[in-house]
Write a protein that binds this ligand. Sequence first.
Ligand code: SF4
Ligand code: SF4
Length: 366
Amino acid sequence: MTTSEMIKQRGLALGADAVGIGNIERWKGAPLQMDPRQIMPECKSMIGMVFRVMRGSLRGVEEGTFFSNYSSMGYGGITYLFMPMVVMNLCRMIEDDGYEAVPMGHQSDWRGIDNEGAVRPGYSVPVAPGRAAPDVMLHLRIGAYLCGLGEIGYSKMFLSPQFGPRCRVGLILTDLELEPDPIYSGPPLCNRCKACTVHCPGQAISREKTVKVELEGKTIEWGELDCKACDIAFRGGKVVDEPDKKGFYTEAMYGKKITASQYSPFVKKPSNLYNTGQAVCGGRGCVRACMVSMEKRKVLGNKFKKEFRRDPLWTVDWSQPENSRVAAAGEHISQVSLSNTSAGNLVKVAAEGEKNGALPRIKEAD
Ligand code: SF4
Ligand code: SF4
């Protein structure tokens, strides 16, 4: 009989950085579209796995010289390559024992809801009364929390005691009953320093407005996230305010022209890596500023010989003559699409949604 200890040992041996286990009762009250029992009605346990994002994957963005590594090795490659291998191989161990195991990573492109839980307009319908509209999408960060792997910070990022915000999360649902781990109750990881809000290039994390959820008898609170602002800023863009000014960094987003922000050295948004990797902001607020804050407080298990931040933060001055000249030279080079699903489609849906007062807010970098 497979035990929790065996699962953890195998998960770590396969390449996960931390493995935790929660029971299905902890998902009581989950919204229909995010309820694991909608995927597996007989589910008894959930296995959560943390995969670290290398601090080195953020180095090039920090230096302002090498951006692709965070989007590829930092999350795209983990999300679409490394994590599925580990999660699927761990599922094989469970299914060899005669229990079903659902391997879950980031399948958010197919989900039936937007970032705020609203049903995507014109997308899918329930197959029977009482069932969710496909696809159900589990909240991976909440899953990690309910498996005892760490906290959810003010930034709404999952924070682990080893790596802070440098985490990607994989989950397994199974009808195998396993001994659950307690919810994380170690030293507090988020101290409400709000560095994430200060350094976010889109000012997407509110400093005042918060969202509260009840999870396993505890109130978890994070800053309200403006997904639209993040959606634009994390790609390195910003809205063009002046009507006579051009914006060619991406195609129009949310009906607005977009230009390169001071946090992007690219004239146009570079192409996606590993399907969704396009985080030009390199988690400036929610990952890097948070990690710097946590490392200073010495609350993380993964310690380094040198501090991460060695120079003042850089910004790009696009009004500088040489930079304007490069931008003008690149203006007519064709744009790359926003994402594999968005491109024309989401912009069209967004336009429809705006008319109906229900703007879809899709961001794949979850
Ligand atoms: S930056 Fe500070 S407030 Fe924001 S999540 Fe990290 S520790 Fe919490
Ligand atoms: S991904 Fe970038 S833009 Fe989005 S919340 Fe984090 S720091 Fe802000």
